[in-house]
Design a protein around this ligand. Structure first.
Ligand code: GLN
Length: 501
């Protein structure tokens, strides 16, 4: 096989190729590292490349592939990379912030350990908005990330590095985290499939917290099947995370294959009810995005699905609720970065107060400071009930509205984001940026799973994402619903120009 093709293979093809010795893990790893070396100066998707560690792991994988039973290691020899908020033992872990510019984690996050145990080769750590706060990856201390479809545009955020690295063919798949859309929106901007699982499905241990009641780890891939392979290794109960849930993990890949076998070619979605809420097609939605999403829904209908009208909570209310609760949790989570225990410390502090104040003022960027201020305000005596408690009550209503909607349908469809990728440096004011999260945040407030998948390109050649929201624990149903669609359509096969270089 010509080496130029190695980065275009699916996970299934990579597994087959390694097992049948068409190529080795060393070749595969070298090929991807070479691409990063050659092209990432244009994308800036990696904060740290762990080339030596990766080559050592690849050699080890090759010897295991040759000598032992590899069933226990389903990702043996396959390259990947982690968003830089997953702690990685012995490797710099910055969360996109100056305040962690020198933090080498002494331990692995559970997600990292699980993926390592499955035999995957980690090529490094991916750029992101500082502490996962943002939607365009422009708040990273390590520089903006460029979208491989158009280098003048943002890749989305906060997992912008993860999305860009997969879309550029630097890794076949990658981890991300999603607190209010940070997997789905960059997947949409970069023409990928990305899933945010049910809250509690994946351990948060060792994942640097933004808003703990909303954060959930998930995956980016070039297809739903590739995402399923990675999620399979991440999901499961972890005694180290009190919010992770004891519940069997289905065999996502096997289940999607069974669904394909059992489906008819003409009407694979017979019996599937897709809820469409007018609230998700309201003002602010770009016309080109709406057209693509509606035509994807028409394809689902042509393939047998039924569309039903449902109602969900007014997105403006959801947005206000999220931007009250997420900063409140962030202000509390980020208090540990104080210049004393680890991370950045200011020069020559006068006294303890000066040390705290200057370390934090110099170490955090503007967006993070804005969230800490908003969150602290919402939590302060006198405002707590009016803002924080009120927002918690609205959160309950959002959950109830979804529960009612799911009485009428199996999944709810919407655009993932109201626009395609916008220009770098467009300098959106914060509120306009927050408005871009309008279709993704309710899912996190309700703890639901949701997937974004490619739904075609705009006239300018920019990817558009279709979001499907599932009921709690329907992660597998979402993957299968996306996979079946991808068996009958071509949108997910469109790749960025950079894939051809
Ligand atoms: N854009 C949203 C925010 O800035 C979501 C971020 C995320 O999911 N981490 O809060």
């Amino acid at each position: 096989m010509a080496n130029t093709e190695l980065h275009q293979l699916s996970i299934r093809e990579l597994k087959d190729g390694l097992a049948s010795k068409k190529f080795s893990s060393v070749e595969l790893t070298e090929h991807h590292l070479d691409r990063i070396d050659r092209l990432d100066s244009e994308v800036n998707s990696f904060i740290t490349v762990t080339a030596d560690m990766a080559m050592d792991a690849a050699k080890q994988a090759d010897s295991e592939l040759a000598n032992s039973d590899t069933e226990a290691k389903p990702l043996l020899g396959i390259p990947m990379a982690h968003k830089d908020l997953f702690c990685t033992e012995g490797v710099l872990t910055t969360s996109g912030s100056k305040i962690l510019y020198n933090f080498v984690s002494p331990y692995d996050a559970t997600v990292v350990a699980n993926i390592k145990n499955a035999g995957a080769i980690c090529l490094g750590k991916l750029n992101m908005d500082e502490f996962a706060m943002g939607s365009d990856n422009e708040s990273s201390h390590y520089g903006a990330v460029h979208n491989p479809w158009d280098l003048h545009r943002v890749p989305g955020g906060s997992s912008g590095g993860s999305a860009a690295a997969v879309a550029a063919g630097f890794v076949p798949f990658a981890t991300g985290s999603d607190t209010g859309g940070s997997i789905r929106q960059p997947a949409s901007f970069c023409g990928l499939t990305g899933i945010k699982p049910t809250y509690g499905r994946v351990s948060r241990f060792g994942m640097i917290a933004y808003a703990s009641s909303l954060d959930q780890a998930g995956t980016f891939g070039r297809s739903a099947e590739d995402c399923a392979y990675l999620l399979q290794q991440m999901a499961g109960y972890d005694p180290k995370d009190a919010t992770s849930i004891k519940r069997d993990v289905p065999d996502y890949v096997a289940d999607m294959n069974t669904a394909v076998q059992n489906s008819t070619d003409v009407k694979p979605f017979a019996g599937l009810k897709i809820g469409v809420a007018k609230e998700y097609f309201g003002k602010g939605l770009d016309k080109a995005v709406e057209d693509k999403v509606r035509s994807a829904l028409k394809q689902y209908e042509d393939l047998g699905a039924t569309i039903v009208d449902v109602n969900i909570t007014n997105p403006e209310i959801t947005l206000a609720t999220y931007y009250m609760l997420a900063p409140a949790e962030a202000s509390s989570n980020l208090s540990r970065f104080d210049g004393v225990r680890f991370g950045y410390r200011c020069d020559d502090p006068k006294d303890l107060h000066d040390l705290y104040t200057r370390s934090r003022s110099e170490g955090f960027g503007d967006e993070v400071k804005r969230r800490i201020l908003m969150g602290t305000y919402a939590l302060s005596a006198g405002y707590f009930d009016a803002y924080y408690t009120k927002a918690q009550k609205v959160r309950r209503v959002i959950l109830q509205d979804f529960a009612r909607a799911f009485e009428q349908c199996d999944v709810i469809a919407s655009p993932t984001a109201p626009t395609p990728a916008y220009k770098l440096g467009e300098d959106l004011d914060p509120v306009s940026m927050y408005l871009g999260d309008v279709y993704t945040i309710a899912v996190n407030l309700a703890g639901l799973p949701a997937i974004s998948m490619p739904a075609g390109l705009t006239a300018d050649g920019l990817p558009v994402g279709l979001q499907l929201i599932g009921n709690h624990w329907d992660d597998g149903k979402l993957l299968t619903t996306a996979h079946l669609y991808q068996q009958h359509t071509e949108h997910h096969k469109a790749t960025s120009g950079m894939m051809g270089r």
